[in-house]
Design a protein around this ligand. Structure first.
Ligand code: NIG
Ligand code: FE
Length: 392
């Protein structure tokens, strides 16, 4: 069954060969989805071929589905009281991670699965068609392995984050050896990526290097929580190891910015700077310098960091609005970063754009243009979402 998406007032393809500007925009465009759930044709509606079915976009904007390349969805419990204390002046230190670890260990597989399903549904309703899901609230061989097994039920983009914090009953070096050994053995069959929280109070740069190197040797791709709460060596470690992404990037030195600017990502190589403004919003912290990164030539992605502590939002449109308002990205840059930027961070070329051959992961907005995503913050503008061409 082929499907014509017709009467698209503004079609954002993210393909510069197809349309105007960096977003590859077509006015009065149309798309055809083939039998295989991929884009079979894209162009002006006046030239559109016939298809078995027709979906009328009503003159509204159509964009690629969001690619949320950083989320921690496998957990139990919430930390609303910790959030309230923060809003009353407490700082965020990451110490609350252990609260979620206790709740996660105590939860059944079904509870964890139901929580991921709920957040995944929230995301889909808000236009996110691909999500990366991390472990990291288990911190034992059994609990990290089952967290990843649950995550794998929802996405191929699963990330082993056993090195999230050091559990209370051990020390950092002993725990790092466990992560690099038995825990990695258990997790690797369910993971595509490995991640580490490189931060004062979590894992230092040598421990982080050991974790990522062990993961790479086991066939996983590297990504890293870097320079979130304090300046440090995480970003440069990411570039040194050829990690797909350095995430947070809140406290960057000029050398960090140069390193990311010198390693732009094309979908197969390079290190993306993944910015997570929901975390700065929810911890009341200063935002990363997106402008400096873009101007230095870095590839920037936006993601939610959805987790019960530092950023309990599943909303990519909210992150776009924050990026524009608080990080001085243009609306076009922010949308690109939330779609094709995320795809680059996951080293995927089949998502994040609407060129011929891409997966037909599409969001139809209740708005005439993508500008409204930032211009109308907090308004649910995502009207219809297609996943591999199928309505969700
Ligand atoms: O990306 N920085 C480490 N991990 C998460 C926070 C996790 C939590 O507070 O539960 C983050 O912000
Ligand atoms: Fe995170």
């Amino acid at each position: 069954m082929t499907l014509l998406i017709d009467n698209v007032g503004e079609l954002v393809t993210n393909d510069v060969a197809i349309g105007r500007g960096p977003l590859g925009i077509l006015t009065d465009g149309a798309l055809v989805v083939g039998d295989d759930g991929r884009i079979a044709w894209v162009g002006l509606r006046s030239a559109a071929p016939d298809a078995d079915q027709r979906l009328d976009a009503d003159g509204h904007a159509v964009i690629p589905g969001f690619v949320d390349s950083h989320a921690h969805l496998v957990f139990a419990g919430d930390r609303a009281a910790e959030f309230a204390a923060r809003m009353a002046g407490e700082p965020y230190t990451g110490g609350g991670i252990r609260t979620t670890v206790a709740a996660t260990r105590a939860a059944s597989d079904d509870t964890l699965r139901a929580n991921v399903a709920r957040l995944r549904r929230e995301m889909l309703r808000q236009g996110t068609t691909t999500v990366e899901i991390k472990s990291g609230y288990g911190l034992s061989v059994a609990d990290e392995t089952r967290s990843l097994a649950v995550a794998r039920e929802f996405t191929d983009e699963t990330t082993f984050l056993g090195a999230h914090v050091v559990p209370a009953d051990t020390d950092a070096d002993t725990y790092t050896s466990l992560v690099c050994g038995k825990m990695l053995d258990g997790a690797a069959p369910f993971a595509r990526w490995i991640d580490v929280f490189c931060e004062r109070g979590a894992f230092d740069v040598d421990q982080s290097r050991a974790v990522l190197t062990a993961g790479i040797a086991a066939g996983l791709g590297a990504r890293i929580h870097a320079n979130q709460l304090t300046p440090g060596d995480g970003v440069r470690l990411a570039v040194e190891l050829g990690a797909a992404s350095a995430d947070h990037c809140t406290h960057l030195s000029p050398a960090d910015i140069d390193a990311l600017g010198g390693a732009p990502a094309d979908g197969t190589t390079g290190t993306v700077a993944t910015l997570l403004p929901g975390a700065e919003f929810s911890t009341r912290s200063g935002y990363p310098d997106a402008r400096a990164l873009v101007d230095a030539g870095a590839t920037v992605a936006l993601a939610t960091d959805c987790n019960p502590g530092s950023s309990y939002t599943s909303a990519m449109p909210f992150c776009i609005a924050l990026a524009v308002r608080e990080m001085r990205m243009t609306p076009a840059e922010a949308l690109w970063s939330a779609t094709l930027g995320g795809a680059r961070a996951l080293r995927r070329t089949d998502i994040g754009h609407l060129g011929v051959g891409a997966r037909a992961n599409v969001a139809i907005l209740d708005a005439p243009s993508h500008l409204h995503l930032a211009y109308r913050p907090g308004v649910p503008l995502v009207h219809t979402v297609l996943l591999d061409g199928e309505p969700t």
